[in-house]
Ligand binder design. Structure first.
Ligand code: ADP
Ligand code: MG
Length: 594
């Protein structure tokens, strides 16, 4: 249980600020995360690790000579936004290119991908290296779908050492991908972790039970079993990993026995006593093994074993010195460059002057009312959405949606106050949502709202056809970015029926409001029907079977939001100032939730 916090929603930011203060000699906080205090004397490839908070020492604890040049730091267990990744890259770039490296999670892939597009457009060389070490998250035939867990550390370490030694971007990337392809992890959980402020863990195991195949976001194990002895656990881990020995692999191993947050080092040493002889008996030499906490999951109790098969190229990089707040190896690494560290301005672009017609500004007021209705609906549903997501995912859907809509409504109101039309209001809402929500759904909602706004523009209040075009733009952006198809058990399963029904009825001359309500009903039915599906995308995929019987959280929230937005977006086209209408929207929410 996390005991020390103020406002739980500020926990990650406060933890980062405290960390940067303690380690001010080594790291410097910048918008979006942290970078090394010292700039390199000569241009070097910037290795930027990233992902959500809650995994310390991953990722910010690994900033320093011989390891990462910076870390992009998201909220607890949620991907940082594209804007954060971009900002950290700009702060860390010294002219030789940047490489983002992170575990394979959809939110991270999309956000780092979008940041990469933006950096590339500015002429900065940029690459991405994904870590996919968790053998429990997909079979070998689908190794590229595996998620990244403690193997993150080996891959970061090898890339960091290569970059420090002066390798160019292509070589750092090649070595990182090679290290990933030779790295395998298996873990188990004994007790779930608890978000700051939450009164129960994300998942619970019976006493004397263990979940095998844990994830580092509180995802429970693939199956639960009686708690084995340390010897049995060690044998289980070693046999599962060696069963996946890469073809042609050598006989020297980097090994990490990693505690997940509240497992004692002494317990790890006891386990090591089984693991090490088994590996040696199998003919392996263990090269500078690590036993301790390298990638954690808040206060989760659990352990994972990672093996990297080394070769002549990887071994010196694994052995190379490093000096970071959380990890030191060998002599203090050479620090060169000046300590002044160029300051990064917090000022964004100057606020744009909005040009919009009065008609569009009037409709912008409807958009604000629609967002407010969604906000109140999501606050009501937060716990329920989190519980749904905890069954096979990581339990953050309710929290992420609330963070997103809170930021979106505030940004939309600010833009409207500065004279923005409807399109610009929705764009502001989308950008704020993407920046603050975190998670896959946050990226998709943010990008979708932006596309909706771009389609509407600031010229006039949309008629049925223009509204249908806006909805289609929203939908196309989400399917284009997330690449989910109907039946994959995602929000797309509610979104596509909504879009098709609304477009069809609007084209047939139906009143926008009637078309919208009919489409929202379709979306609600479709969201409920996802209960019988197995997820093929997103964090719930590895635990697909557990998800059967529960509707997809993202589809459920989408149906709810669209249901309550209809009377404002597809209403009369006049601004809605009537609080009774908002109350009516609330009771609709209650209907959707019951
Ligand atoms: P995360 O999965 O990153 O924790 P959330 O929990 O907020 O993010 O959102 C989970 C929801 O996101 C899922 O229920 C699903 O509807 C949606 N989702 C996941 N992956 C995709 C995808 N590739 N395309 C569309 N929607 C997706
Ligand atoms: Mg989630």
């Amino acid at each position: 249980m996390t005991k020390i916090f103020n406002d739980p929603s500020e926990f990650a930011e406060e933890a980062l600020a405290g960390f940067c203060d303690v380690h001010a000699g080594l790291v410097r906080q910048v918008p979006g995360g942290a970078v090394r205090r010292h700039r390199p004397a000569n241009p070097k490839v910037a290795v930027l690790a990233g992902g959500g908070s809650g995994h310390y020492p991953a990722f910010a604890g690994l900033i320093g000579a011989g390891l990462a040049d910076g870390a992009v730091v998201g909220n607890i267990f949620t991907s940082p936004s594209a804007q954060q990744a971009y900002a950290v890259a700009k702060a860390a770039d010294s002219g030789a290119g940047v490489v983002f490296t992170y575990g394979n999670y959809a939110g991270d892939v999309m956000n780092f991908g979008m940041a990469s597009e933006r950096l590339a457009a500015e002429g900065i060389q940029v690459e991405n290296v994904l870590v996919t070490d968790d053998i429990a998250s997909a079979p070998p035939s689908e190794a590229d779908k595996r998620r990244g867990i403690a193997g993150d550390f080996t891959v970061f370490k090898i890339m960091g050492a290569a970059a420090e030694a002066g390798a160019d971007l292509a070589d750092v990337v090649r070595l990182g991908r090679k290290a990933n392809s030779l790295t395998r992890t298996i873990g188990s959980a004994f007790h779930g972790c608890t978000f700051p402020g939450a009164d129960a863990p994300l998942f619970a195991l019976q006493d004397k039970q263990m979940g095998l195949g844990l994830g580092i976001h509180g995802e429970p194990g693939l199956f639960d079993t009686d708690l084995p002895s340390a010897k049995e656990l060690g044998r289980e881990f070693v046999s599962r990993l060696l069963a996946e020995t890469p073809e042609g692999a050598g006989d020297r191993l980097a090994v990490i026995l990693n505690g997940l947050g509240s497992t004692k080092h002494e317990e790890l040493f006891v386990l090591w006593l089984t693991v090490a002889p088994l590996l040696r008996d199998a003919g392996y030499t263990l090269v500078m093994p690590e036993v301790g906490e390298l990638v954690t999951s808040l206060d989760m109790s659990g352990v994972s074993l990672t093996i990297t098969w080394l070769d002549d190229e990887l071994e010196p990089l694994w052995l190379a010195p490093a000096e970071t707040p959380a990890y030191r190896r060998g002599n203090a690494a050479v620090q060169s460059g000046d300590a002044s560290g160029e300051e990064i301005s917090d000022d964004g672009d100057a606020p744009a002057a909005y040009e919009a017609t009065d008609d569009s500004r009037e409709y912008a007021a409807n958009c604000l009312a629609a967002l407010d209705a969604a906000r109140s609906c999501l606050h009501t549903a937060e716990t329920r959405l989190g519980d749904m997501d905890a069954i096979a995912g990581d339990g953050d859907h309710g929290r992420g949606m609330v963070r997103g809509i809170d930021a979106a409504t505030a940004a939309a109101a600010a833009a409207a106050g500065q004279g923005a039309g409807a399109g610009s209001v929705l764009i502001a809402a989308g950008d704020a949502w993407a920046d603050k929500a975190g998670g896959t759904s946050g990226v998709l909602w943010g990008a979708g709202l932006r596309a909706f706004g771009e389609s509407l523009g600031d010229r006039r209040s949309p008629d049925a056809e223009e509204l249908a075009a806006g909805v289609s733009a929203f939908s196309d952006r989400i399917t284009g970015l997330g690449k989910a198809e109907l039946g994959d058990k995602t929000m797309v399963d509610a979104l596509v029926p909504f879009t098709e029904t609304f477009t069809r009825l609007a084209a047939n001359g139906a009143e926008p409001r009637q078309a919208w309500d009919a489409a929202a009903l379709e979306a609600t039915t479709a969201a409920e029907a996802t209960a019988s599906l197995r997820p093929l995308k997103g964090r719930a995929r590895p635990l697909a079977e557990k998800s059967v019987g529960t509707p997809d959280p993202g589809a459920t929230s989408l149906a709810m939001i669209f249901t309550v937005m209809g009377q404002f977006l597809a209403g009369s086209g006049h601004p809605v100032t009537d609080t009774a209408a908002v109350t009516a929207a609330d009771s609709q929410t209650a209907g959707v939730l019951s």
